[in-house]
Write a protein of this length. Structure first.
Length: 211
């Protein structure tokens, strides 16, 4: 069965978040076109996403030195086990739909923490003499990004580091089939905010038919 991970990175619900609203529209249309596919929602703000900290490094170090998992402290076990589960879930999925806002020209910190959780050498990429090679070839992704200004093109494009990062890290994992859907300009052009949202939702519905 084809599995889709729907990853959202906004603390607000769809009534307040343009990225979630368009993402939800896409998922609904996708499920109508692909009722046999499984969609798993990963709401990062409602999930436990451990940061890579000193306890995680200590736990990994113990395991790498040959220690049993029970040798880790309770906190180390909790964090290491959760990171492993997140990575396994990411690897097992066939498609990714990521809905996130552009905050301060980049992605929300929780989304960076999530990518840190799934960026594991030997699982999502590997090191070779020729450099790093992604291990997730054949998968596909859609990144839905909302921003108050216009950054996907024009004079603001060189400042945009949100979609650019998502594209870079997924390509690093070997995911070459990546599309971007931008919901942008609703603060820059407040008189068009509803039109911008409606147009993006229509794009999402159209994309869902071929994704």
């Amino acid at each position: 069965m084809t599995t889709v991970l729907y990853i959202t990175a906004n603390p607000n619900d769809a009534s307040m978040s343009y990225s979630k609203a368009v993402g939800d529209t896409f998922i609904k249309a996708y499920q109508q076109s692909n009722p046999e596919h499984e969609v798993i929602t990963v709401d990062l703000y409602a999930s436990y996403i451990p940061y890579i900290d000193s306890e995680v490094f200590a736990g990994w170090g113990k395991l790498q030195s040959g220690s049993d998992f029970t040798a880790l402290t309770a906190s180390e076990q909790k964090k290491v086990q959760r990171l492993d589960a997140l990575c396994s879930q990411f690897i097992e999925a066939d498609k990714y739909v990521i809905a996130s806002p552009l905050w301060n020209l980049s992605i929300p910190p929780i989304l960076k923490a999530y990518f840190d959780a799934v960026a594991v050498a030997g699982k999502t990429f590997k090191h070779t003499e020729q450099g790093a090679v992604g291990l997730l070839a054949g998968k596909k992704a859609l990144h839905i990004q909302a921003s108050g200004g216009v950054y996907s093109h024009g004079p603001g494009a060189d400042k945009e580091m949100g979609h650019r990062y998502v594209k870079t890290i997924l390509t690093f994992f070997g995911v070459e089939d990546l599309r971007g859907l931008f919901v942008e300009g609703h603060d820059q052009m407040p008189d068009r905010k509803e039109d911008i949202k409606t147009e993006a939702e229509q794009q999402a519905q159209d994309l869902a038919k071929t994704f």
